[in-house]
Design a protein around this ligand. Structure first.
Ligand code: ZN
Length: 200
């Protein structure tokens, strides 16, 4: 097929790179943008530029942030004695949606997977251990995925914290095997958190 405008084709190409967007949807989105007044659609390009330029990593928890310390870490209403450990920032969003967890988070940036060349040193595990040691933490809830890498990560963290006196718990298996937190529905995730068990 041939486009009558190179710029339109470029926009379609860019949309088609997004996850879950096929060529057909990309075309529909591009034409939608063409049809709408500039003031309706330019905020999208501004929002994209802003997240790329202004969003960085929280130096405390590793979550996404616009400041050196994120809004959750700075919130005086959060319980500082409980830390929920997750693989990725999107998992924090999933847990926050349940509105049940009031502690703090620690984002590892992935999970231990020797086959993929990811070891403990490639993740923010040392930062977690330091945080637990320094800040009067009482419980660490490991909410990594139920996939083998998530399990390996949970075991590793439990082992490293075994002599710390801190309770290490693992979220219950309401989460389907091998699936990511972001795909779990809110009720399932809430139950998984409530049903967490101590890792011995
Ligand atoms: Zn933070």
């Amino acid at each position: 097929m041939q486009y009558s405008s190179r710029l339109l084709e470029l926009l379609v190409d860019e949309f088609a790179k997004l996850p879950g967007i096929g060529r057909k949807s990309a075309l529909r989105m591009a034409f939608y943008i063409l049809r709408r007044p500039a003031e309706d659609v330019l905020p999208l390009s501004v929002a994209i530029r802003d997240v790329k330029e202004k969003v960085t990593e929280c130096t405390v928890c590793g979550n996404i942030s616009e400041e050196s310390v994120c809004l959750i870490c700075r919130d005086p209403k959060r319980k500082t004695e409980v830390i929920c450990v997750v693989e990725n920032p999107v998992d924090v969003v999933a847990i926050e949606r349940t509105s049940t967890f009031k502690g703090l988070y620690h984002v590892l940036g992935g999970a231990i997977s020797p086959l993929d060349g990811v070891g403990p040193d490639d993740l923010r595990i040392a930062a977690l251990l330091a945080r637990v040691e320094e800040n009067g933490v009482e419980e660490v809830i490991v909410a990594t995925s139920a996939a083998s890498a998530g399990e390996a990560t949970a075991h590793y963290i439990a082992e490293r914290l075994s002599s710390s006196g801190v309770t290490v718990s693992r979220i219950a298996r309401g989460i389907p095997m091998g699936s990511d937190l972001e795909f779990a529905d809110q009720v399932t995730l809430q139950k998984a958190l409530e049903g967490r068990r101590r890792v011995e």
